[in-house]
Structures are given as structure tokens and as C-alpha cells.
Write a protein that binds this ligand. Structure first.
Ligand code: NAD
Length: 495
């Protein structure tokens, strides 16, 4: 790993891509307007980025449609599409230091996380679909003897992907892999807080021979570029990752336009339930601390509610506090930093607002609760004890480094508390009792349940939520369901 000074030198010599990428070329927004991309660790402007609006969306959708209808990608053999996606993944990997640095500067991630987590996982997500797509068969349905009924998967057409800022490239890669593997054309809209990696990989896609018009990137604001993608009559599907509030807007946009398919990966308030018979309390405590403080708590499945059984509560919380106190918060270019700033000033104020609300609702602040330093948007790791599940800090997604500790007695009580939020993205439980593990895992309403671990998964396992955490799954072969339609061709045969 490079030293801090090397990263800084590299940052000073970066040339940033700031224009939209449409039909194989970098272009200004039609309005020529731009917006600032800001480094949250310093509060300084990194670049001025093309601010795309409905006119740009229309241009990109047209390019995507033309490419789709020409069949330059949609009718290419699956093995050739796969080969090019693998090349795309290889190019991301080959440029991993630059991409990691862009992610760190733009989103405030510690450089060691960007380099060891975000970029390699993004490359492997795209590679996984490149490797998988020519191994999927269509079906012949069982019918009467006078028919052959073929059931084929077809790409839906033009897909727009609207993604958040917390894992800018990785959330995009979870869409890019299956959308392109299935033969669609796409328009990616990164979050306005973190457009740099998406813009950079556009030229890597071109270098991997993904034809012009197939992969377009439009930076811009949600209310303008995002809404225009949601409402465009010639977009066949929207795949969204972001807040529940905006997820609901995409359903409205689709209903008021062309009934495009919508899939939503939205917020969470995941319970992490620790029973007194957890196999290893120290490991559970370390994992619980990182389950909320990793990525500054800006993780959709963060274990933001820690449910601890009464008899071990005090001992367990003390262990979590010890881990939290050891976390190194600060300079994002220092390879030893473990926690960076909140993504922008607005989100930092929101996090601090929830902390004030927690205090005024009577939760006990055990650690943190304040902004750290005068430069940038850092918030100290924060732990609230004696939280009641009805409090705002237990019900609402804070999306910051704030842990709410809630005590419980029985397994039934734990499940009741765990399920008592509008969300259902993920949940975890720690216990050595195999019967209890199955009973509780069954009763938890969540798209993913972890047992004696937290935040584990591979590309082979689906990820997504129930309730107001959304619907549809990213990762795994199941993600292809969102970007393909089934066509039945019924052929009459005389015999
Ligand atoms: P957000 O909903 O504010 O923004 C997400 C995207 O939607 C951005 O690209 C934004 O520009 C766009 N957008 C915003 N307003 C819009 C509008 N009115 N119309 C159309 N598009 C609009 O979310 P965020 O603050 O960027 O990210 C945090 C949220 O993302 C959290 O709620 C988090 O839980 C969620 N998230 C979920 C997952 C998951 O897989 N379930 C993963 C990561 C993040």
C-alpha cells in the first residue's frame, strides 16, 4: 500500500473526467451548467461536473435505444458479451489505485477501504456476470404433443440505473453486471455527491469494446436527471438504490409515465441481536461495532440497532465501546485511517440532528455525539444506550455512525422489537442454540439474515429487502430477472 504522501502526490496529478458520457463520447450538459463535486474530508471543491437535465436524458435514451435496436450488443452472442464484460472488469482492476483514490476524494472513504473493498468488489461483480451469462439456458415447457413452447429470456431494452453515494462504484457495478450481461443498453446516473468513478469507468467500458450507446453515464441532480430518467417514456426499466423516500417517487414516476419496470433497493434499520449464549462475545462485540461504524455508518444494511439480552447487556456494551474507542477517524489518504467524514455537510447536519433527538427523547449517550474537528464533515463514533424502539434513533435510518442499544429479555421479545420498523433489509443474530437460530431466523422479516457473523455475502447470494426496504434483488443470477422478460413462443406441430 502506498504511503500517504504518495496518495497525495497522485491526487494532485489526477486528471478528472467531468463531462457526461453519451453515445461513446464525453459531452457537456446541453445547458452547459455544472455543479461542484466536493471532498468531504476538506470541504474543498474537487471539480465542476456536467449537470445533466431532461434534454441530456433524452439524448442518452435515444442513443441507448438506437444501440439496442441495431443489436450491436443486444444480439451479440452471450459469450462475446461476457468476454467484453470480463475485459471491462479487468480494466477496472488495472486502474484500481486511481479509482480507489477518486472514490476516497469524492465520497470520503478511507483509502484502504476504497482500495481493498470498493474497487475489487466492483470489478468482481461485473466479471461474475460476464462469466455467467453464456451458461444460462432457456426452457422448453411441458405441453401437449402438438406443440413446442419455448420460453426465452429477452433483455427488456433501455434500463436506467440511479445509484447512491455510499458505495458509488460498487452499487453501480451491481447494476452494470446483470443489466449489460442480459443484453440491455443502459444509462447510469451516479449520485451528485460522488460522480467521479462512474465517469472514469465510462471510457474503460469503451476500451473494453462495449459499443457506443450501450453504456452511458449522466451525472446530475436527483430532481432533474433522476426524475427525467424515472419519467422517460422510452426507458423500459429503472433500477434504483437509495432512500425509501426517493424509491417511492420512482414508483410514482413509472405510474405517471409508461409503467416501466421498477426495482428498489432502499433503506434499512437492521437489528443485530445478541443472545447471552453467543459463541464468542468478544467477536460478536467487535463485529457489532464494525457493523455500524464501517464506512462511517453510511451502509444500507448497517447494524444500527444492537439488541442485547438483559443478562449480558452491560458487559457486552462495554466491549463494543472499547472497540469503538480504538477506531481511527480522520485523514482519508492515510492508509491507517479506519473512518472518514460524512459525505457532505447536509448529511452531517442530518446525523447530528438525530443525535440531538436521541438525547432529547431520553436515550443515554455513552460515547461520541459530536462533530470532530473544524475541517471537513467528521462525526465521532456515537453509541446510545437505553434506547426504546419507539424513539426516532431506533425507527429512522440515520445513515451515519450512530448505534442504538436496546435491551431484551426473551427471544420472542427480540423478534418483536427487531421486526418493529418500516424496514426489512437485513438482520443478524448470535446464538449457540441451533433451534433458536432457526426459529429466530425464520421469524425475522428481512431479505438477508446473518447468523454468528455480520454483512457476509458473495456474488452468488441475492441481496435486497422486504417491506419498505424495497423489492427485487441485486447480485446472483436472480438479479437477471429484473432486466429480462420471458417470451413464450408457442409452435403448433402436426404429429
Ligand atoms: P437518495 O435516495 O437521496 O439518492 C439516491 C439517488 O437518487 C441519487 O442518485 C440521487 O440523485 C437520486 N435522487 C434523489 N432525489 C431524487 C428524485 N426526486 N428523483 C429521482 N432521483 C432522485 O439516497 P442517498 O442519500 O444517495 O443514499 C442513501 C440511501 O441509499 C440510504 O437510504 C441507503 O439505505 C440507501 N442504500 C440502499 C442500499 C441497498 O442495497 N438497499 C445500498 C446503498 C444505499
Amino acid at each position: 500500500m502506498k504511503a500517504r504522501s504518495d496518495w497525495e502526490q497522485m491526487a494532485n496529478s489526477l486528471s478528472l473526467r467531468t463531462q457526461a458520457f453519451v453515445d461513446g463520447q464525453y459531452v457537456c450538459a446541453a445547458s452547459e451548467q455544472t455543479f461542484h463535486s466536493i471532498n468531504p474530508a476538506t470541504g474543498k471543491v474537487l471539480a465542476d461536473i456536467a449537470s445533466c437535465t431532461d434534454v441530456d436524458v433524452d439524448r442518452a435514451v435515444k442513443a441507448a435505444r438506437v444501440a439496442f435496436e441495431k443489436g450491436v450488443w443486444s444480439r451479440m452472442s452471450a459469450s462475446e458479451r461476457g468476454r467484453r464484460l470480463i475485459k471491462f472488469a479487468d480494466l477496472i482492476e488495472a486502474n484500481s489505485e486511481e479509482l480507489a483514490l477518486l472514490e476516497t476524494l469524492d465520497a470520503g472513504k478511507p483509502i484502504s477501504d476504497s482500495l481493498s473493498v470498493d474497487i475489487p468488489l466492483s470489478a468482481s461483480a461485473i466479471r461474475w456476470y460476464g462469466q455467467a451469462i453464456d451458461k444460462i439456458y432457456d426452457e422448453i415447457a411441458p405441453t401437449n404433443r402438438n406443440a413446442i413452447a419455448m420460453i426465452r429470456r429477452e433483455p427488456v431494452g433501455v434500463v436506467s440505473a440511479v445509484v447512491p453515494w455510499n458505495f458509488p462504484l460498487l452499487m453501480a457495478a451491481w447494476k452494470i453486471g446483470p443489466v449489460l450481461a442480459a443484453g440491455n443498453s443502459m444509462i447510469l446516473k451516479p449520485a451528485e455527491q460522488s460522480p467521479l468513478t462512474a465517469l472514469r469507468i465510462a471510457e474503460l467500458a469503451a476500451e473494453a469494446d462495449i459499443p457506443p450507446g450501450v453504456f452511458n453515464v449522466l451525472p446530475g441532480f436527483g430532481e432533474t436527471a433522476g426524475q427525467a430518467l424515472g419519467r422517460h417514456p422510452d426507458v423500459d426499466a429503472v433500477t434504483f438504490t437509495g432512500s425509501t423516500e426517493v424509491g417511492k417517487l420512482f414508483l410514482k414516476y413509472a405510474a405517471e409515465s409508461n409503467m416501466k419496470r421498477v426495482s428498489l433497493e432502499c433503506g434499512g434499520k437492521s437489528p443485530n441481536i445478541v443472545f447471552s449464549d453467543a459463541p464468542d462475545l468478544q467477536q460478536a462485540a467487535t463485529t457489532a461495532a464494525w457493523g455500524i461504524f464501517y464506512n462511517q455508518g453510511e451502509v444500507c444494511n448497517a447494524g444500527s440497532r444492537l439488541l442485547v439480552q438483559r443478562e449480558i447487556k452491560e458487559e457486552f456494551v462495554n466491549k463494543v465501546l472499547d472497540v469503538a474507542r480504538s477506531i481511527k477517524v480522520g485523514d482519508t489518504l492515510d492508509p491507517s485511517t479506519q473512518m472518514g467524514p460524512i459525505v457532505d455537510e447536509r448529511q452531517m447536519s442530518r446525523v447530528l440532528g438525530f443525535i440531538e433527538q436521541g438525547k432529547s427523547e431520553g436515550a443515554k449517550l455513552r460515547m461520541g455525539g459530536v462533530k470532530k474537528g473544524d475541517v471537513g464533515y467528521f462525526v465521532e463514533p456515537t453509541v446510545f444506550d437505553e434506547v426504546d424502539n419507539s424513539m426516532a434513533i431506533a425507527q429512522e435510518e440515520i445513515f451515519g455512525p450512530v448505534l442504538s442499544v436496546i435491551e431484551f429479555g426473551s427471544a420472542d421479545e427480540a423478534v418483536k422489537i427487531a421486526n418493529d420498523t418500516p424496514y426489512g433489509l437485513a438482520a443478524a443474530l448470535w446464538s449457540s442454540d441451533i433451534n433458536r437460530v432457526h426459529q429466530v431466523a425464520d421469524a425475522l422479516r428481512a431479505g438477508v439474515v446473518w447468523v454468528n457473523c455480520f454483512d457476509k455475502g458473495e456474488m452468488s447470494t441475492p441481496f435486497g429487502g422486504v417491506k419498505q426496504s424495497g423489492f427485487g434483488r441485486d447480485k446472483s443470477l436472480h438479479a437477471l430477472d429484473k432486466y429480462t422478460d420471458l417470451k413464450t413462443t408457442w409452435i403448433h406441430v402436426d404429429r
